[in-house]
Ligand binder design. Structure first.
Ligand SMILES: NC(=O)c1ccc[n+]([C@@H]2O[C@H](COP(=O)([O-])OP(=O)(O)OC[C@H]3O[C@@H](n4cnc5c(N)ncnc54)[C@H](OP(=O)(O)O)[C@@H]3O)[C@@H](O)[C@H]2O)c1
Length: 249
């Protein structure tokens, strides 16, 4: 991989240098990850997988390897078949070297509509997943998630108050937050000014069709981005942006 931005930092990156570039700069830092085609599609046939290539998977893995918690919307958790993080030996060594817990839990945001209690993200996780849901979610549904092994957090009334959710996670020592989507969750996080960094991979394909963009849902004021780094590998570009005026939490 080669860092090609900023100009004064142009260099080839070995694994250590890549890890340094993709570390969380603060113990409270929320990163959002996406891969999109060059024409802006976030999925092909409803899934992101075929957009992702080896360099994308490497930086995505660094994001989760160095995180305290993974954060996803219920749709992404189901469609992308999340099953909690199952670290390989490299990840375990990396997390140990950084003083992180052996396994980062996954936190799923939902009103209950899209997350059944037998979701693999709950039943197959190595450490208990969090289900973050508003107070309007029926007690029976919360009990079913808890029975299946999840830790249920209540934040907000009709929808999840994501600022409260982030505070709740940080209060449990889970301040390095690695959001792996999807677009509606990203929109809701942006609307509340909670995103510190966007990591987006431009996948060298064109998709056309009706696939969504990386942000969806609520209207937001356009968020201004500062380009922090660009890494290139073959035809793939991996960009890190800091979210300029919405990052306070
Ligand atoms: N290219 C990529 O990098 C990438 C990454 C991730 C996902 N994707 C793609 O994106 C698509 C899914 O998109 P999406 O936008 O529908 O997924 P999403 O953001 O993962 O999930 C949306 C769901 O999350 C829950 N949610 C989000 N914000 C909430 C809030 N404030 N309060 C309560 N619940 C909240 C709701 O679940 P309930 O319905 O349960 O209330 C909502 O329906 C899939 O095709 C997936 O493959 C692509």
């Amino acid at each position: 991989m080669r860092r090609i931005w900023p100009p004064e930092e142009v260099t080839d990156l070995d694994e250590q240098a890549l890890e340094t570039l993709y570390r969380y700069p603060s113990p409270n830092w929320l990163v959002v990850n996406f891969v999109a085609s060059v024409d802006g599609a976030v999925s092909v046939n409803g899934r992101a997988g075929s957009l992702s290539d080896e360099p994308d998977r490497r930086v995505l893995k660094l994001g989760s390897d160095l995180a305290d918690v993974l954060l996803v919307g219920a749709t992404t958790a189901m469609v992308e078949e999340f099953r909690g993080y199952h670290p390989d030996d490299e990840t375990r060594a990396r997390r140990n070297a950084h003083g992180l817990a052996p396994v980062p839990p996954t936190a799923v945001v939902t009103t209950g509509r899209s997350l059944p209690s037998d979701a693999p993200v709950i039943t197959e996780a190595e450490v208990p997943s969090f289900v973050i849901t508003p107070s309007s979610t029926p007690e029976k549904q919360r009990a079913a998630w808890a029975e299946a092994g999840a830790t249920v957090l209540t934040c907000g009334t009709d929808t999840v108050d994501l600022a409260e959710a982030v505070r709740e996670l940080a209060g449990r020592g889970l301040g390095r937050i690695d959001s792996e989507g999807g677009p509606h969750l990203f929109g809701a996080l942006l609307a509340q000014g909670l995103v510190d960094e966007l990591r987006v991979t431009a996948s060298p394909v064109l998709v056309s069709g009706a696939a969504g963009r990386i942000v969806a849902g609520v209207e937001i004021e356009p968020a201004s981005l500062e380009l922090a780094s660009v890494v290139a590998e073959n035809d793939t570009l991996l960009m890190r942006y800091l979210v300029r005026h919405l990052g306070a939490h």
